[in-house]
Design a protein around this ligand. Structure first.
Ligand SMILES: Cc1cc2nc3c(=O)[nH]c(=O)nc-3n(C[C@H](O)[C@H](O)[C@H](O)COP(=O)(O)OP(=O)(O)OC[C@H]3O[C@@H](n4cnc5c(N)ncnc54)[C@H](O)[C@@H]3O)c2cc1C
Length: 438
């Protein structure tokens, strides 16, 4: 029998989404020896990357992961984490992160905006139907603005207005930034990336984190380091902590619970336009609206969950106007040691969702949708987060109570962010890298 695999480094980073990838890159640049452990693989060179087949292959449970209440969660497990399937939207961190929790990442965020040239898509690429929705909303007094994007058309090998919701399956033209690019940088500068490395628990000795243990390419392994940073995402990180004896991890979660409100028009809808090109935030009530519909093949699957008559409209997919609601949900449910995930809406959440839905109705009608065709899709969760919260299990510098253990991903959010998460996560990782390198 072969001996168990044993690895060593200065710092172990678990997970290669925006949190782990940024941290690995920044620490390597600061001269640290980094071991980056990722349970998935790099799917970018595969022929099916960015296709429906690909999305099934690299999402947890083939995209059929559900909470106890039936919320569908898309959880990509791959190099780059969920940025391989995100909409490329960017938003600055909410002001409350600094004012209420003393987390100041302004400098790191500005640096990222400049480096990745974050900005809205040019006007002619925001989609005609999407722009019509935004104009209808503006006409009703809602101040919709072009959505900031991690997309630079100049980077693409062939970006076009017709990139469509398909780009949420994995960007094939290269215009959309993906955290896997930061992984590439880290590896080029000396980081040791191990894929198919599923971390199960943190090794804790004399009340200090000293490494991790898990399975690497089917073999048991251990890795030792002075510092362990968990960046396995809002579901992965609490599971590792629970298995390491920190049972309070995963009690309560946030999700930015998401739905789409659809209405049908005679003209072309937004299906073949880039997703989420315009948006509007209502911070008083706590929700965000944007232009979005499900990719073509996902439409019948998601709408079947609503009722059998809805998938019958599938042939009219190209005539849909869609407005996405992202709700600032309260902390509830959690990720539990028995493997279950729960995310019940509170009465307050339901009330606010109702208010947001009413606004979407008005906007869609103003944009030309037939009132009798308007309906809301089932709830889903695209931002599993808030499961190892700052102010609860972590201090404002993302350190856990156990020395040598830090967390740097969406699980640290103390409240639902109610906006695109990635820019905030990159900012948190850059700041943590400075602390750890010092
Ligand atoms: C469809 C969709 C659209 C989205 N659109 C946007 C958007 O436009 N803008 C935006 O800002 N956000 C968007 N998001 C959300 C955003 O992508 C995530 O919130 C963000 O990627 C979370 O980053 P993370 O570092 O916390 O974790 P993740 O990106 O989830 O990365 C975690 C990584 O850890 C790995 N991992 C998990 N468990 C283990 C383990 N035990 N051992 C080793 N590795 C492990 C996973 O394979 C994964 O690669 C979207 C999400 C989805 C699903």
């Amino acid at each position: 029998m072969s001996a168990p695999i044993s690895l060593k480094s200065d710092i172990i980073v678990v997970g290669s989404g925006p949190g782990g990838a940024t941290l690995a890159r920044e620490l390597t640049r600061r001269g640290k020896k980094v071991l980056l452990l990722e349970r998935g693989i790099d799917y970018r060179p595969r022929s099916y990357y960015g296709t429906y087949l690909g999305a099934l292959i690299y999402s947890d449970r083939m995209s059929l992961l559900f909470t106890e209440e039936g919320l569908n969660i898309v959880r990509p497990l791959m190099v780059g984490g969920a940025t391989s399937m995100y909409c490329g939207c960017a938003a600055p961190p909410p002001a409350w992160l600094k004012s209420k929790y003393a987390v100041d990442i302004d400098q790191e965020v500005s640096e990222t905006v400049e480096e990745l040239e974050i900005g809205p898509l040019p006007a002619d690429l925001r989609g005609q139907a999407s722009t019509r929705i935004a104009q209808a909303a503006q006409g009703l007094g809602y101040d919709w603005q072009p959505q900031l994007k991690f997309i630079r058309t100049s980077r693409g090998r062939g970006f076009s207005e017709k990139c469509g919701a398909r780009c949420m399956l994995g960007c094939r033209c290269g215009a959309k930034w993906n955290a896997a690019e930061f992984v590439d940088d880290a590896v080029a500068e000396g980081a040791d990336l191990q894929t198919r490395a599923r971390v199960e628990r943190v090794l804790i000795e004399d009340e200090h984190a000293t490494g991790v243990a898990g399975v690497l390419g089917g073999q048991p392994f251990t890795a030792r380091a002075d510092t362990v940073v968990l960046a396995a995402g809002g579901i992965g990180t609490p599971r590792i902590l629970q298995a390491s004896g920190l049972r309070q991890a995963g009690a309560g979660m946030t999700m930015d619970v998401t739905v789409m409100v659809y209405g049908f028009v005679k003209e072309r809808g937004i299906g073949n336009e880039p997703p989420m090109t315009w948006s509007w935030e209502n911070p008083e009530v706590g929700y965000m609206l944007s232009t979005l519909i499900d990719p073509w093949l996902l439409y019948p699957i998601i709408t079947t969950l609503k009722g059998l008559r809805y998938p019958l409209y599938w042939p009219k997919w190209n005539n849909i106007l869609g407005v996405m609601i992202k709700l600032k949900d309260e902390v509830s449910g959690g990720v539990f040691p028995n493997g279950k995930i729960s995310k019940p809406l509170t009465p307050g959440d339901r009330e606010r969702l109702g208010m947001a839905e009413a606004v979407c109705h008005k906007i869609l009608i103003e944009a030309g949708a037939r009132p009798d065709t308007i309906f809301m899709t089932p709830l889903r969760g695209t931002h599993p987060s808030g499961t190892v919260r700052i102010g609860d299990m972590l201090n404002e510098n993302l350190q856990a109570e156990i020395p040598g253990l830090d967390v740097c991903d969406a699980s640290v959010f103390p409240e639902a962010l109610d906006r695109p998460t990635v820019l905030t996560i990159i900012g948190l990782a850059k700041r943590l890298a400075k602390h750890l390198a010092a």
